[in-house]
Design a protein around this ligand. Structure first.
Ligand SMILES: Cc1cc2nc3c(=O)[nH]c(=O)nc-3n(C[C@H](O)[C@H](O)[C@H](O)COP(=O)(O)OP(=O)(O)OC[C@H]3O[C@@H](n4cnc5c(N)ncnc54)[C@H](O)[C@@H]3O)c2cc1C
Length: 385
């Protein structure tokens, strides 16, 4: 293992890998990426639903989506690895007048930014997703360019490209401490030794707060358990043949086709922060009435696979990207609040530019800064699923 590096990245999920890729594209290759696990992408990145969408409530997130989805469309050509991108659309189902109004405002903003998104009646929504029950639904929104991609393909694609450019990737190396002298980062301590550096990137996903604490920082990111269940085969027309992602916004219940089965999940509003990633079968019992109400075929199906992972939540549902104001050389790419996979291309590009100091001031950077939490006029992201 190297004993010095220009940049040390902590965490080998999609954020660490994207940052390494974008740094290497800018010519910064004296970089070490540290991952405590035996493989990359086994944290939140390896446990997510793969969804990519333009339909956010904050302009900064919509711009991140426009950039990231365009990047996914040319990923294979630019990065050299396939990512199994399917753009069969995202359908949001709205069951309250307040949500319909809020989504109408969002659609106007998304269209102004150039996104092709439509407001639909319940009957139009039902036609897009065979098997769907739209009882109690007042309206819907649909963006055909939204879709699903492979998080592992994206992470490994970024990592292999960076490695080929000279970035060193070290697995089974857990960061245990960060040395600070006179207000600057000077070294990263690991279970495999120390690396001297003046630049460290916290890309530790749900563990971002723990890494921050090693440097004396309070990073407001909390872990929340989220489940995914995949059924035994369910054939069309009992469920859509396409991979359209359907989300009931009020409950956060969602599903999409995964092979011959259906993948589904929902947030658990009764559970507080936890690092527990075991599967709660009691939660499946609570989720089943919501699932079988929207997609009745789910009421009769058996579960073939199930797992749980962690959302890395901030208080306002927006990520934290940039330098720590009080500690020179400490950078964060944290707190993506359930939609980090899809934003990793834009987030990694933004952070790499900040580290290198390309001089391009990004107008959205203040929305993602740690300092925003003290700005009372700042508005967060509402479309957290
Ligand atoms: C069930 C579920 C569904 C989701 N669905 C979607 C979706 O459809 N679309 C979407 O965009 N997002 C989704 N997300 C969110 C998305 O997965 C995350 O926002 C994203 O993966 C965060 O990536 P990351 O690289 O920051 O974190 P991670 O992938 O968790 O990577 C962090 C890495 O840091 C390592 N690490 C931690 N501490 C240390 C240490 N001390 N030393 C060394 N290494 C360390 C960990 O081992 C880990 O590999 C979902 C998440 C879950 C849990």
């Amino acid at each position: 293992m190297k004993q010095t590096a220009d940049v040390v990245i902590i965490g080998g999920g999609c954020m660490g890998a994207s940052t390494a890729f974008h740094l290497s594209k800018l010519g910064v290759t004296d970089v070490v990426l540290l991952e405590r696990d035996t493989m990359l992408g086994t944290g939140s990145t390896g446990r997510n639903a793969g969804g990519v969408r333009h339909q956010f409530s904050s302009e900064a997130n919509v711009r991140f989506s426009i950039e990231s989805i365009a990047f996914f469309e040319r990923f294979e050509e630019e990065v050299g690895s396939p990512i199994d991108l399917h753009q069969d659309g995202y359908l949001f189902l709205l069951s309250t007048e307040d949500d319909r109004h809020a989504f109408h405002t969002n659609v106007e903003m998304q269209k102004r930014l150039g996104v092709e998104v439509d407001e639909l009646s319940p009957a139009e929504a039902a036609r897009l997703a065979p098997g769907l029950n739209v009882d109690g639904i007042l309206g819907a929104t649909f963006c055909a360019r939204d879709g699903i991609a492979d998080p592992n393909g994206v992470t490994m694609g970024f990592a292999k490209f960076a490695q080929a450019a000279g970035v060193e990737i070290i697995r089974e190396a857990e960061v245990t401490g960060i040395k600070v002298e006179s207000g600057s980062v000077v070294a990263v301590q690991t279970t495999r030794g120390e690396i001297l550096t003046h630049c460290v990137v916290n890309a530790a996903g749900p563990y971002a707060r723990n890494i921050g604490a090693m440097a004396g920082l309070n990073i407001p990111v909390l872990p929340y358990r989220r489940h995914i269940f995949i059924t035994q085969p369910i054939a069309p027309p009992l469920a859509p043949a396409s991979r359209i992602m359907v989300i009931e916004f009020e409950t956060t219940f969602y599903f999409h086709r995964e092979g011959s089965g259906i993948l589904f999940g929902m947030g658990d509003r009764d559970e507080g922060p936890t690092f527990d990633t075991s599967v709660s079968w009691e939660f499946l019992e609570r989720l089943t009435p919501f699932a079988s109400r929207r997609l009745p075929a789910l009421g009769d199906s058996a579960i073939a696979h199930a797992w749980a992972g962690l959302y890395e939540m901030t208080p306002d549902g927006m990520p934290i990207i940039g330098a720590a104001p009080s500690l020179r050389g400490f950078y964060m790419i944290n707190g993506f609040s359930g939609h980090g996979f899809q934003h990793c291309p834009a987030a990694g590009r933004m952070l790499a530019n900040m580290i290198v100091g390309t001089g391009e001031a990004d107008p959205d950077a203040p929305c993602f800064s740690l300092e925003r939490f003290t700005d009372p006029s700042h508005r967060g992201e509402r479309n957290v699923v």
